[in-house]
Design a protein around this ligand. Structure first.
Ligand SMILES: Cc1cc2nc3c(=O)[nH]c(=O)nc-3n(C[C@H](O)[C@H](O)[C@H](O)COP(=O)(O)O)c2cc1C
Length: 186
């Protein structure tokens, strides 16, 4: 089973979140994960078409996804939307921003809408809201995994609880993709 994580990160904070999603997905036996930074240029459309699930990630910039992730979405029209290459694949999303709220929800809505336009099946977060800063889902969102980074380096932020939240989402995506795959095989 293959899970692709397509993400952007200007300064490395959202990249930490992407790595946490990958670590969570790898907890599910038989899961291979590929991390795809959109800034790398040439995109592996064949790998994406072969994936069981695609997780989208972006820093929240100006209350929405980064321009680089938006460009990826627009560029996917010919390789993915026209042939409906991602139809019925599992999709999920994560975002990170400087403020606790920071209008992160709008970034996740943008990703979920994009996934719906691609005919994908969106998976949200199945976590109660955290009660302490150490709890998973301390930011308290459900459409995807949210993280908050202050001005410190990506070595120290986002905090462990937000990375645990991201890992939880990655594991959930892998579990659900595995169930769907088993159902298709039956
Ligand atoms: C152009 C720009 C716009 C930003 N807009 C927001 C915003 O709307 N809300 C917010 O909370 N933080 C905002 N931030 C802060 C970033 O989300 C934050 O620094 C984040 O950790 C950057 O992640 P990255 O290192 O993966 O790029 C913005 C930062 C930049 C550079």
């Amino acid at each position: 089973m293959l899970i692709s994580i397509v993400f952007d990160s200007g300064y490395g904070h959202t990249a930490k979140q992407a790595e946490a999603v990958a670590a969570g997905a790898r907890r599910v036996a038989g899961t291979e994960v590929t991390l795809i930074p959109v800034a790398d240029g040439e995109l592996p459309w064949d790998t994406l078409a072969a994936s069981d699930a695609i997780v989208f990630g972006s820093p929240t910039y100006n209350g929405t996804i980064s321009a680089r992730l938006k460009k990826f979405m627009e560029d996917s029209t010919r390789p993915a939307w026209v042939p409906q290459a991602w139809r019925n694949k599992v999709a999920a999303g994560f975002t990170n921003s400087g403020a606790m709220h920071g209008d992160k929800l709008n970034s996740l809505i943008t990703m979920a809408l994009f996934a719906a336009q691609q005919g994908m099946v969106w998976v949200g977060l199945d976590l109660f809201p955290g009660k302490t800063p150490e709890d998973k889902n301390r930011v308290g969102g459900w459409l995807g995994a949210m993280a908050q980074s202050d001005d410190a380096s990506p070595e120290v932020t986002p905090p462990a609880s937000d990375l645990d939240t991201a890992a939880h989402l990655g594991q959930r995506v892998a579990e659900i993709a595995r169930q769907l795959r088993a159902g298709q095989a039956a």
